[in-house]
Design a protein. Structure first.
Length: 240
């Protein structure tokens, strides 16, 4: 197992995050700094990050969680707020969250120890849809939709909504493929709206469904494969 996959399986984060840990010299194998991305720790090796000894899980696991409002998407919080990991049993302590939802946003969030899966779900080049339902503070004006589809500059980047569908006077469904901080709330604020409630209802082919707030479930292998469009047919071919 390559070093970045070992770190991800030990709960250090996505493949990109683990590559950063290696590149910045924060990883030691048997007491020596290792910046070799191709290194493959043996079962008897001692791997440490920032002085903490790690043990990688040899099997991958991915769970879906219905995040309630008021919980932050991190393992620990300097302001002592509730975190999504407070909702999980101890056996999931080595998982890391795939992306984030801001504290007041509810809905579907995934946690895994599979760094490759996290990379595919978060990197823009893979174009994985994230669908949200937003409640607005006043009736939606359809004439403003084109501004969100063309894009609005946030933090020096063009923030775009891929698709937008009103389904009630003050409620709209939104599909994103980007991950800019508080993107939906900031984009709607820029055109004169406050988002009073925001729920993520879908990631890729996986829907939140009727999973209650604060509850979680383990995803089957077939569900994980469908998330990235890599499901196999009975004949063994990938179906895309």
């Amino acid at each position: 197992m390559r070093l970045n996959r070992f770190l991800a399986a030990a709960g250090c984060g996505s493949r990109r995050k683990c590559d950063e840990l290696i590149a910045t010299g924060r990883v030691r194998i048997n007491g020596r700094v290792c910046t070799d991305f191709s290194a493959q720790p043996a079962p008897t090796d001692h791997v440490k990050v920032d002085g903490k000894l790690l043990r990688a899980e040899r099997t991958t696991a991915t769970i879906a969680l219905h995040k309630p409002a008021g919980f932050v998407s991190t393992r620990s919080d300097p302001h002592s707020r509730d975190t999504i990991f407070d909702l999980l049993p101890r056996k999931f302590s080595r998982l890391f969250n795939v992306g984030r939802l801001d504290a007041q946003t509810e809905g579907l969030i995934l946690l895994t120890n599979d760094g490759d899966l996290a990379q595919k779900l978060t990197h823009p080049r893979y174009k994985i849809d994230k669908e949200y339902e937003a409640t607005l503070n006043k009736p939606w004006d359809p004439l403003l939709g084109s501004k969100l589809l063309r894009g609005i500059f946030l933090d020096g980047k063009r923030a775009r909504i891929e698709r937008l569908h009103p389904f009630a006077p003050t409620r709209v469904r939104i599909v994103l493929r980007q991950g800019i901080n508080r993107q939906i709330r900031r984009m709607f604020y820029a055109i004169g709206y406050d988002v009073t409630k925001l729920v993520r209802v879908r990631i890729g082919n996986l829907r939140l469904g009727d999973l209650p707030r604060g509850h979680w479930r383990v995803l089957g292998q077939n569900e994980v494969e469908r998330l990235t469009g890599n499901q196999k047919t009975p004949g063994g071919r990938n179906r895309r």
